[in-house]
Design a protein around this ligand. Structure first.
Ligand SMILES: [Fe+2]
Length: 271
């Protein structure tokens, strides 16, 4: 059996109430159905609705480089939702006993971010070790009509592609099967951070509300919080503003050229 055949065979089992790490290893993602406690999900939805009515109804501070990523500070119940035991129990089946948090945020498709998100992998935007996964937790319905995600099953097997941006699937000889699952509150998805994924536009205007929590083994020095077991590193650094870790780099060159062309103001002097 070749790689595509193995991926296709695994896809028949990619959606279930119990996580299967062997299926996940083949497909690069897994859909857990109705796996989160109903009362817990209902509370998160209520907190989101209150937050939206109070803080976001007048609009939100949209990051033009990545409009789907919410920049406002989350209320406590949503800011800590990654601590729910079902998430940690699932990720332990991938990474073993010692698990940590890399990042937690919300990615939403509303009136400010109704466009598509191009085909990409997340690994190239991360720091530290490449061995990470995202847990996507919908607090609304998410499907093809409101900008739900499409996964290119098995594409994580190609690893990191060497740059960050929109992937051209035509550049490869291999064709990965595409899957766009419909998700309901109570479901969640586990995704290998190297898996190719994209999402279409929000066509029907129903807000797509989703948490994106990124977890990793606890030996990774970019970890924020220990979720299970014990730390396996005694060194830590922040993944924020990574341009500062370089004396020279692609990003620093772009900033330099844009500044020279008058496309951005010269950096403010801080001394
Ligand atoms: Fe992504």
């Amino acid at each position: 059996m070749n790689t595509i055949e193995r991926v296709e065979r695994a896809l028949a089992h990619v959606s279930a109430q119990r996580f299967d790490p062997q299926v996940y290893a083949e497909t690069g993602f897994f859909i857990l159905r109705q796996a989160i406690d109903k009362q817990v999900v209902a509370r998160w939805q209520q907190v989101w609705q209150d937050f939206h009515a109070g803080k976001l109804s007048e609009g939100r501070n949209v990051n033009r480089a990545n409009p789907v990523a919410l920049t406002e500070e989350l209320p406590e119940a949503l800011a800590r939702m990654y601590r729910e035991p079902v998430f940690i129990d699932t990720v332990k089946q991938i990474f073993g006993e010692n698990v940590a948090l890399f990042n937690h945020r919300f990615v939403i498709k509303d009136a400010h971010s109704s466009g598509k998100v191009f085909l990409h992998q997340d690994s190239c935007y991360h720091l530290g070790n490449l061995n990470k996964c995202s847990l996507f937790v919908p607090l609304s319905i998410a499907n093809e009509d409101n900008g739900g995600m499409t996964f290119h099953a098995g594409s994580h097997k190609l690893g990191y592609l060497g740059d960050a941006g929109e992937i051209n699937p035509e550049a490869f000889e291999i064709r990965w099967p595409k899957v766009t699952p419909e998700l309901h509150p109570g479901d969640f998805i586990v995704m290998n951070s190297s898996l190719w994924h994209e999402s279409g536009p929000n066509k029907n205007g129903v807000h797509r509300i989703m948490a994106d929590m990124i977890m990793q083994p606890a030996d990774d020095p970019t970890s924020k919080e220990l979720l299970s077991g014990e730390w396996k590193t005694d060194i830590f650094y922040s993944p924020l503003n990574c341009a500062r870790y370089f004396a020279n780099s692609r990003v620093l060159k772009i900033i330099k050229y844009e500044t020279e062309l008058g496309l951005r103001p010269a950096p403010a002097k801080t001394d």
